[in-house]
Design a protein around this ligand. Structure first.
Ligand SMILES: *Cc1c(COP(=O)(O)O)cnc(C)c1O
Length: 361
């Protein structure tokens, strides 16, 4: 049987010419102009995603095919989350008190055009794998870090041996209580989730994986099987979805996605507003769209299927949650609330804590 590496190498679409040959040049457009977009940021569509495209311009196509809009930069920011400013050593972003982001892989199976890290993903010089030593040392020295998030690029595109080595090294650091992996491989390259990989990962519990699905069609039988294998290895699975214009900016589409994730044993974790990234601005919706989606989920389907809706604040502010307005009024006596269906309810306030006595002198 073909290995996942061969499959990715031989059956992906990685050039505009190959895309035109497969779907028809009239759907691809002006290759000479698009080449600039494909040079600015890596282009590859993995085999599972190529197979999922029903017609050019559909929600799967939009996520991976370069457009000339990528070249029209308005208010986008190259490093919109200030990750590099919060980076004490190469490959580490340490922004929150007790957890750190650790970039362990420069490559992805498919390259999402809306990538937040499009400034460096796909470029091994910008996510240098030869310098992981300083990152490990930083994590060892910073005892306040109890949760490390491996990301990239996609960590699960590393070889089994490399993944084993990195996890073993992290597990040897006593204060790292929790390991996390962020990966779109269960969606992009489900063939990569092998019994061998699962056997390696399960040695390093507590290990969490946050995956990334954006459209209900992405939960193919192969993806669901891969997720099931990870869940059977005891790995709690979450999903980080990005709200994208023309892909999933619709209550019914999002509801179906969240419900299908739950059936596939994945607990939806975040819906992100699309970051204000230079080259990805045409994917951004109004914030109200995200609030409308949360309003359309909460109460209308399983609470387990309702993620947090967040904006990762430009300039490195971190993830900030947004909620539709359920509190109509809050006084010392009562809170007036609106439920999911719009009906109004009152809840009598409990007693406030007595103020702390002030010590004088
Ligand atoms: C998202 C993120 C985290 C993890 O945040 P959680 O809310 O704990 O999932 C950690 N560090 C950075 C830099 C991040 O962007």
């Amino acid at each position: 049987m073909e290995s996942w590496q061969e499959l990715l190498r031989k059956k992906s679409i990685a050039s505009l010419e190959a895309l035109a040959a497969r779907f028809g040049p009239e759907h691809v457009g002006d290759i000479a102009r698009l080449r600039q977009a494909a040079e600015n940021f890596e282009f590859r569509i993995s085999p599972a995603m190529v197979d999922l495209i029903k017609s050019p311009g559909d929600p799967i196509w939009r996520q991976y095919v370069p457009t000339v809009q990528e070249l029209e930069i308005h208010d986008g920011i190259v490093d919109s989350l200030d990750e590099d400013a919060n980076s004490p050593v190469p490959n580490i972003t340490h922004r929150y008190p007790d957890r750190a982001l650790f970039l362990v892989s420069p490559v992805c199976a498919s390259y999402c055009r809306f990538c937040t890290r499009r400034r460096k993903v796909g470029d091994p010089e910008k996510i240098p794998m030869a310098q992981l030593e300083s990152a490990f040392r930083y994590l060892e020295e910073h005892k306040e870090i109890r949760d490390v998030i491996m990301s990239g690029g996609d960590p699960l595109l590393l070889s089994d041996r490399r993944i084993d080595d990195i996890c073993r090294r992290l597990r040897a650091i006593p204060h790292l209580e929790v390991l996390r992996i962020g990966s779109r491989v269960p969606c992009h390259l489900p063939e990569r989730i092998t019994p061998d990989l699962c056997a390696i990962l399960k040695k390093y519990h507590p290990l969490y994986i946050n995956t990334h699905f954006n459209h209900p069609d992405e939960l193919t039988p192969a993806a669901v099987k891969a997720l099931g294998m990870l869940a059977d290895a005891g790995i709690p699975l979450g999903c980080q979805t990005v709200l994208l214009k023309g892909v999933n900016d619709d209550v019914e589409v999002m509801k179906e996605l969240m419900q299908k994730l739950l059936v596939a044993r994945v607990r939806p974790y975040y819906i992100y507003m699309c970051d204000q990234v230079a080259g990805a601005e045409h994917f951004r919706t109004a914030v109200e769209k995200g609030l409308e989606i949360i309003k359309g989920l909460r109460g209308w389907t399983s609470g387990l299927a309702v993620p947090h809706f967040v904006i990762d604040a430009p300039g490195g502010g971190g993830k900030i949650p947004l909620l539709p307005e359920y509190v109509v009024k809050l006084t010392d006596k009562e809170v007036v609330l609106r439920n999911y269906a719009g009906k109004v309810y009152r809840y009598k306030q409990g007693a406030k804590d007595a103020p702390e006595p002030v010590l004088v002198g």
